[in-house]
Write a protein that binds this ligand. Structure first.
Ligand code: SAH
Ligand code: SF4
Ligand code: F3S
Length: 457
């Protein structure tokens, strides 16, 4: 039996691609190993969204090079977005690589390995399959899905935000056929998945391209919700311009669709939004969320923001802090702008000095920590519903999971409780974006006078 070591950088799309490579290789006789030293094949699935992601990849290859030098039979492949972006240049920089592949070539991983065996010459595969999204081979999975599982519904991105490499590295949007998605989700649920997270760079654009009988995103939501056994449904990531009224209504209609939305704003300033080519104003963004909140008052919101985009003035930066405060996000991913090769923004002068970027990022993080802490405090003493995803790495706690609002949770040991269970947890402590406490029995959660305390939804 041969062994493959797989490492993944970047987003959940890359994790999904790695899983697909694992599945294909499993059926070509490879088993996944966690030890690089034991591997016959090493694949690094890379990301190029920011410069830091690239640096991490190069430092990992620095560690892998000696393994290849010591064992020329070891096959070393670089896959993913950096592969698509830099192609041949990577073979020049790392001549010990056997191949470089882009994200659209992932399904050919077994052929790539065969080609190395056949020719022994390094090669680059970075073509795009423009006809269709991929299909997942109908083969037994190498491992059971976790209680919370991502399902990629759309590949690529057609938005072309000026700072972003994704439209170039992942190509045009293509949706996966609903029937195939329903089949895949049924299979995951039959094998233990409780929560399904529909995944794409812009899930709201689902159905626009690539389907034989197009259906819009909200119809897919209603279709998925009918699959028996799903306890929770989520989706990510959303783009404000494609987020429809019908999707807002779906939150109200679909019980299992949890009350959380990740809706990246990127900046709170109209000039910046224009320069980023987000194609909406901050007023339109705010109106959309106001409408959503009026239909679904109990919704938790999270975002991505970019600090220090070219031309960002103090005033523009303050507008970002203002929108964060106003919306009251429960969490944010905050990034310092990183110029990316081949993107339109790369032509602009990276005008905000590094020091200013650092300082603005610190301020943004401080504001978000304060917003998160305020919301976290309001959970103390209350009960939250947690889907247990696995063992907790936090000392003193046995399990970790998530609430419907997507807060992390750590739970003390309790007999009979196991991953995949949904339990009521009485929150005793909050740290960052984690709610920590004890699992209550059904009886304790139901009875407001039990030691478990008050019931809150
Ligand atoms: N499709 C999603 C997310 C794409 S990548 C969306 O449209 O929101 C995840 C996040 O990385 C982006 O939301 C953005 O905040 C950030 N990002 C992308 N390119 C970047 C760059 N060049 N510099 C800094 N942050 C970037
Ligand atoms: Fe990048 Fe914009 Fe597409 Fe998101 S929507 S992946 S930020 S181009
Ligand atoms: Fe990175 Fe590609 Fe995802 S650039 S964030 S791995 S789409």
């Amino acid at each position: 039996m041969k062994q493959v070591y797989l490492d993944t950088f970047g987003c959940q799309m890359n994790v999904a691609d790695t899983d697909r490579m694992e599945l294909i290789l499993f059926h070509s006789g490879y088993r996944r190993t966690q030890e690089k030293e034991d591997a016959d094949l090493i694949l690094v699935n890379t990301c190029s969204i920011r410069e830091k992601a690239e640096q991490k990849t190069f430092s990992l290859f620095g560690e892998l090079k000696p393994l290849k030098m010591a064992n020329p039979d070891l096959i070393l492949g670089l896959t993913g977005c950096l592969g698509q972006q830099d192609g041949k240049k990577l073979l020049q920089r790392m001549p010990y690589l056997d191949f470089v592949m882009g994200p659209d070539q992932v399904d050919g991983i077994a052929q790539a390995v065969d080609r190395v065996h056949d020719t022994g010459k390094p090669f680059v595969w970075t073509g795009f399959d423009q006809e269709k999204a991929y299909t997942i081979p109908d083969l037994p999975l190498p491992k059971a899905p976790g209680p919370s599982t991502f399902v990629n519904i759309i590949k690529g991105c057609d938005k072309f935000c000026t700072f972003c490499v994704v439209p170039y590295t992942r190509g045009r949007e293509k949706s996966r056929e609903p029937e195939e998605l329903y089949r895949e989700i049924r299979h995951l649920v039959d094998h233990g998945a409780k929560e399904i997270i529909l995944l794409g760079q812009n899930v709201n654009s689902y159905g626009k391209r690539g389907l034989e009988n197009p259906i819009p995103f909200h119809e897919l939501l209603y279709g998925v919700a009918e699959i028996p056994g799903i306890e929770r449904l989520r989706f990510t990531t959303s783009h404000p311009n494609d987020f429809t009224r019908e999707t807002i209504r779906a939150y109200r209609d679909i019980d299992i669709l949890v009350n959380h939305l990740h809706l990246p704003v990127q900046s709170g300033n109209n000039e910046m939004l224009k320069a980023m080519r987000r194609d909406h104003t901050i007023e339109e963004y705010r109106d959309l969320l106001m409408e959503l909140k009026s239909e679904v008052p109990d919704i938790a919101l999270s975002t991505d923001v970019i600090i220090g985009f070219p031309g960002e003035t103090d005033k523009a930066f303050e507008d970002t802090l203002k929108i964060m405060q106003e919306i009251g996000y429960s969490s944010s991913f905050m990034f310092s702008y990183s110029p990316r090769p081949g993107t339109p923004a790369n032509e602009l002068t990276d005008s905000v000095p590094l020091e200013t970027k650092k300082q603005r990022l610190q301020e943004t993080i401080a504001l978000q920590s304060q917003l998160t802490a305020e919301q976290g405090q309001s959970y103390i003493g209350k009960n939250v519903e947690v889907l247990i995803e696995g063992r907790s790495p936090k000392p003193g706690y046995a399990f970790k999971g998530r609430t419907p609002h997507y807060w992390s949770a750590n739970i003390e040991e309790r007999e009979g409780v196991k991953p995949g269970d949904t339990v009521n947890v009485k929150v005793e402590k909050v740290s960052g974006h984690s709610l920590n406490g004890k699992a209550l029995t059904r009886e304790e959660a139901r009875n407001p006078f039990s030691p478990g305390g008050r019931r809150v939804g």
